[in-house]
Design a binder for this molecule. Structure first.
Ligand SMILES: Nc1ncnc2c1ncn2[C@@H]1O[C@H](COP(=O)(O)OP(=O)(O)OP(=O)(O)O)[C@@H](O)[C@H]1O
Ligand SMILES: O=P(O)(O)OC[C@H]1O[C@H](OP(=O)(O)OP(=O)(O)O)[C@H](O)[C@@H]1O
Length: 209
């Protein structure tokens, strides 16, 4: 049996067509069913749909053989112990700094609100900017509006959330997409099954161009 951990929400939605091409369609719908392990149309594959931040942990410990998670989450987690064989090119967005449209350029000493503490620390240290980082778990855009921080580090896609809150994107930290990660022991022990699945995903991605 292969267990694949998938981030719930937009990654799960975007991953469904890719999984379907490999013959994997969940039998149970996670939106209506309270079951945490989902059976699929393939007897040898089951899915666990979990919080994005938990995916690397499940795969690292071998609780899941493979996982699908955003590069943002993988970098923040520090998932060096995982194989990352495929960029799935789904849930694409950008990790950026952003500030109020009338705020001065980010320089000197700044307060930054983010849920990406490690990435942010590394980024500002690289620029030689002294950053005080305030960890938040969501709605980062609110922080500069209420004086909690000078700027934020968050994901930007359409830019609508920033715009709606009088913020503007400033610097690109990195482009983000979802990656397929594999537990190293599983890669050896279940090599045949995993490699076949990787080949199937790769074929679909190549077709998509
Ligand atoms: N606006 C976006 N456009 C495209 N991809 C995004 C966007 N926001 C987030 N993502 C990607 O989807 C992943 C999951 O984001 P999502 O917003 O679904 O979960 P979340 O609400 O941040 O997670 P949590 O369950 O921890 O609250 C992110 O890690 C990122 O890789
Ligand atoms: O540029 P946009 O297209 O507006 O997308 C950016 C927004 O998307 C993500 O939030 P999400 O929708 O996941 O909400 P949450 O982080 O509060 O769960 C991200 O944290 C931004 O707030």
């Amino acid at each position: 049996m292969l267990t694949i951990a998938v981030s719930k929400g937009r990654i799960y939605e975007d991953a469904l067509p890719l999984l379907a091409e490999a013959g994997i369609t969940p039998i149970d719908d996670p939106l209506t069913c309270r079951k945490l392990i989902l059976r699929t149309t393939r007897d040898d594959v089951q899915l666990v749909i979990i919080r994005a931040t938990d995916v690397p942990t499940f795969v690292e410990y071998g609780a899941a053989d493979m996982g699908i998670a955003g590069k943002d989450i993988l970098l923040e987690h520090g998932a060096e112990s995982l194989y990352e064989p495929l960029d799935l090119n789904i849930a694409c967005c950008r990790l950026m700094t952003a500030a109020h449209k009338d705020a001065p350029p980010i320089a000197g000493r700044v307060r930054v609100a983010t849920k990406y503490v490690k990435i942010t620390q590394r980024y500002f240290a690289g620029l030689g900017i002294q950053a005080e980082i305030i960890k938040l778990y969501g709605s980062m855009e609110l922080a500069p509006l209420v004086g909690l921080s000078d700027c934020i580090v968050d994901l930007v896609d359409t830019g609508n959330t920033l715009k709606a809150n009088d913020l503007e994107p400033r610097d690109l930290i990195m482009n983000i997409s979802s990656r397929l990660v594999v537990n190293k022991a599983a890669m050896k022990m279940k090599h045949q099954a995993i490699q076949t699945l990787l080949d199937q995903f790769e074929k679909t991605l190549a077709k998509r161009g």
